[in-house]
Design a protein around this ligand. Structure first.
Ligand code: C5P
Length: 228
């Protein structure tokens, strides 16, 4: 069954804690991103212990530095950790080797292929000749081959990636909007049910939960929709 991850996007640890408690009954995991981590560090992450943690830090550096970063994060025991597939095979392999030192409790590594904020023109500008679709597939195959456990992808990419990569790759999907909710800055959204049916393993939902008048009820409604 497709699981629900709440994105707790804030620098305020008290607010994140409150959201975590509110949504914990409905979410299998809680995502903490760059803004939370840079403001609160490892101590802040330790305060959010209601559910397994997805640390969305999108690591991207030389292999030795990324491996050191992964080892530094291991004591926090995140369930998922993100890195940029564009860092290349050696970087991803080094991250995996570092993660393996945690044994069975190692974090699963999720690769980000092409940021959903980049369109064909923006990609061309940074030297990528093919379109976003081609680049997503290329980087997805590379990342899994080098040791990533799965991918963060947009809802529109789920079907293509499932076809190309088979059932084992973990697909974690943001840009989810329950029917009738505000898309905000997300350009291409899907409802939770649509994304689950397309083959997502996990859905990442932020503002439709955290900006709702009742975050607990909003998360529960999405979880119920997924369970139906
Ligand atoms: O509020 P919203 O539901 O749009 O939040 C989506 C979350 O997923 C945010 O934390 C955002 O940073 C993250 N994300 C995304 N698109 C990506 C990768 C991550 O929206 N391609």
């Amino acid at each position: 069954m497709t699981g629900l991850i709440a994105a707790l996007d804030t620098t305020d640890p008290q607010r994140a804690r409150r959201w975590a408690t509110q949504v914990a009954p409905s979410c299998g995991m809680l995502k903490l991103g760059l803004e939370f981590y840079l403001a609160n560090g490892a101590e802040g992450v330790r305060m959010i212990d209601d559910r397994p943690i997805f640390l969305d830090l999108k690591l991207h550096d030389i292999p030795n530095t990324v491996a050191g970063g992964v080892r530094a994060i291991l004591p926090l025991r995140p369930e998922f950790l993100t890195l940029h597939a564009g860092g290349g095979r050696a970087m991803i392999a080094a991250a995996r080797a570092a993660a393996e030192t945690a044994g069975a409790a190692r974090p699963k590594l999720l690769a980000v292929t092409v940021l959903t904020s980049l369109d064909a023109e923006a990609l061309h500008e940074v030297g990528v000749a093919g379109g976003p679709r081609q680049q997503v597939l290329r980087l997805a195959r590379l990342a899994l081959d080098a040791g990533a456990d799965g991918l963060v992808c947009s809802a529109q990419e789920i079907a293509t990636l499932r076809d190309a990569l088979g059932p084992n790759a973990l697909l974690v999907v943001p840009g989810i909007r329950p029917a009738g909710s505000d898309a905000g800055d997300q350009a291409r959204t899907m409802t939770p049910r649509e994304a689950a049916e397309a083959g997502a393993d996990w859905l990442v939902v932020g503002r439709p939960i955290t900006a709702a008048p009742d975050p607990a009820a909003a998360a529960a409604a999405i979880a119920a929709d997924l369970a139906a």
